[in-house]
Design a protein around this ligand. Sequence first.
Ligand code: PGA
Length: 249
Amino acid sequence: MRRKLAAGNWKMNGTSAALGELDKLCTAHPSSPVDILICPPATLLHRAATAVEGSEIAVGGQDCHEATSGAHTGDLSAEMLRDAGASSVILGHSERREDHGEQNDDIRAKARAAMDAGLKAIICVGESLEQREAANTLDIIGGQLSGSIPDQSTGENLIVAYEPIWAIGTGKVPTLEEIGEVHDFIRARLERRFGEGVGRSVRLLYGGSVKPGNATEIFGVSNVDGALVGGASLKADDFSGIIRALENA
Ligand code: PGA
């Protein structure tokens, strides 16, 4: 049985005041049958980890460097994230692929570093609107999966997030059939590469305009084990609605 996961990606949002949202989340979910993760900006990571200590909520990073240390101004290693209290790190988000030119090879190297440091790697894949309209979605996703997922992956240290680029922050969501098709494809690819046992144990998240109002139907799709949520994770009330939908799925 895969444990469900509601993950929030705060992106470049939040200063000290945002920690109040974490307090609210802890109060709203003193216990939960699903995993709850918030990935705040790195500046808040340590304080966020302290704020959720002893609760059901975990915190994670939004990126890491592939090296363990060294002359890399402005970067953070996986070990540093772990030291600050992170249990996971988002890697290869389309905004990183786009803003920083990250390629599958870079993401695989980062994922290796994350796993070596004891973090779970949440590896993001997803097609652009152009690619979907050209009926290239599964080819693109297949290439991203084989290029960005390292060989050492297991059901413990790997989570895959399917995030169609055109659905991120736009309010547009693929049909449930489209989500199901990609999630089933990702599952089949993982089983083929890692064997049935490991392939079936990796959690698959859907991301892109998930809101309390559409979460229930998305969580009903096969091979959707949770969500990676951007905008709707910034406010505890909204994210709680999504967590509850997952708890009841
Ligand atoms: P969104 O972002 O929920 O604001 O669409 C999702 C993501 O980028 O992870």
